[in-house]
Write a protein that binds this ligand. Structure first.
Ligand SMILES: C[S@@+](CC[C@H](N)C(=O)[O-])C[C@H]1O[C@@H](n2cnc3c(N)ncnc32)[C@H](O)[C@@H]1O
Length: 196
């Protein structure tokens, strides 16, 4: 049986498969308890894992820092004094809907090095017939997958998504031209963008 599965973890591979070669420096935004940061540490020399929530970050630190490759930072990604052009990879899993959408996309774009990759696994507010069709198909698919997996909690703090997929896709297209955007079955979308 697979351990640690949920709708976010199900799509981790989308970002792991997009890590640029020779990734020296990665940023995991809204790292929660650090599960994805620890996966990144297998592929990137240094990982910065940032979360604004004190308790969450304490648990992330306690869970281990992959032989010193992960630096846990308690802070707001929108205001923390990172330098522009710092990261080869930025991952944002189940967190973009906690942030002001367009300002956050602009900020993350600036923090990436040229040639760096921004990978988002996100939630959206269902709005169109297609969204409801995905949700209707996703529910039984999720139920079946759960029968074969032990489920990991989605790490609090949680927030309901306000933006529709249409709005998120339009913002990504405006700010991150050439991005690869996909709607997925299990209530998530992914967006991968390589900075020119
Ligand atoms: C739903 S959790 C997702 C956690 C983790 N990425 C996962 O996939 O399990 C969203 C996380 O984003 C964090 N967060 C929200 N706003 C943030 C901000 N401005 N800067 C950094 N982290 C933030 C929250 O504290 C929370 O831990």
């Amino acid at each position: 049986m697979h351990s640690d599965w949920n709708h976010n973890i199900h799509y981790h591979g989308v970002i792991l498969g997009s890590i640029p070669p020779n990734c020296k420096s990665a940023l995991d935004v809204g790292c929660g308890h650090g599960l994805f940061a620890r996966q990144l540490a297998r592929h990137c020399e240094r990982v910065t894992a940032i979360d604004v929530d004190h308790e969450t970050l304490l648990r992330g630190r306690a869970a281990g820092n992959s032989e010193g490759r992960i630096t846990f930072v308690e802070g707001d990604v929108m205001t923390h004094p990172f330098c522009d052009d710092s990261f080869d990879l930025i991952s944002v899993i189940a967190t973009l809907h906690h942030l002001p959408l367009t300002t956050a996309l602009g900020r993350l774009r600036n923090l990436l090095k040229s040639g760096g990759v921004l990978g988002v696994i996100g939630l959206y507010r269902a709005h169109t017939i297609q969204d409801y069709a995905y949700a209707a198909a996703g529910k039984p698919a999720s139920w079946i997958l759960r029968q074969f997996r032990s489920c990991a909690d989605v790490r609090p703090p949680l927030q309901e998504p306000r933006e529709t997929l249409e709005k998120i896709r339009a913002s990504c297209d405006a700010l991150l031209p050439g991005n690869k955007f996909r709607q997925h079955l299990l209530f998530r979308y992914s967006m991968v963008w390589r900075k020119p």
